[in-house]
Design a protein around this ligand. Sequence first.
Ligand code: ADP
Ligand code: MG
Length: 235
Amino acid sequence: TEEMLHRQDKLAAVGQLAAGVAHEIRNPLTSMKGYTEYLQLDETDETRLEYLEIILDEIHRVNEIVEEFLQLAKPQSLNLETKNIVKIIENVLSLTEFDARKKHVSLKLVGIHEEILVNCDENRIKQVFLNFIKNGMEAMPGGGAIKVMAERKEENVQISIIDTGKGMPPEQLRKLGEPFFTTKKSGNGLGLMISFKIIENHLGKVFVESEVNKGTVFKIVLPIKPVKYAWPRKS
Ligand code: ADP
Ligand code: MG
């Protein structure tokens, strides 16, 4: 029946995801095992420290993957509050400012600077902006500019993250949001999947436009919290 098929599809998706997680976790485990074995051999203090550092890095990687998957596992745990989204963006920009300066990336907020109230989970939304800004910076290894633009669009707020980085060809755009899709040496390919999920849970949408060697624009559209009018309502 149709229902059965649907269930099989879901199981297939779970299987794929599980295989992906296992693969991503096995890599750092293999390297930790290798370096631990080196540590058992007689080595100088200097190399031991180097190996320990690698092992710590790999533990960090496994931990990140597990943390991100835990978030996917409980999407219903949004802690919704009425927040000024512009303030949240400013906050994220100040968090990333130092990193941006180091990477010769200019970061600025354009468009609306006044209050726009959104019903959201502030920490999750911050994480989304951080992911997009981080990706933008990583797309500009030689430096560049990132503009974050907030605009009102009818009942929504649209936040655009605009970079002048390497951009993406269409076949890459189609893969965005697939778990473990990454073009980076030390990427995990989970950032966008998590971000899309968080925005979806906020009843929002994400759009992308990109041109190779020109740059990329990600647009996040979120519903603005409806204003409660005093009765009688003037019209
Ligand atoms: P990761 O950053 O770990 O690779 P993401 O899910 O954040 O994983 O991104 C997946 C891939 O999408 C990246 O590896 C990159 O190829 C592409 N991508 C995302 N954002 C941008 C961007 N702003 N410019 C160019 N490519 C991007
Ligand atoms: Mg990323």
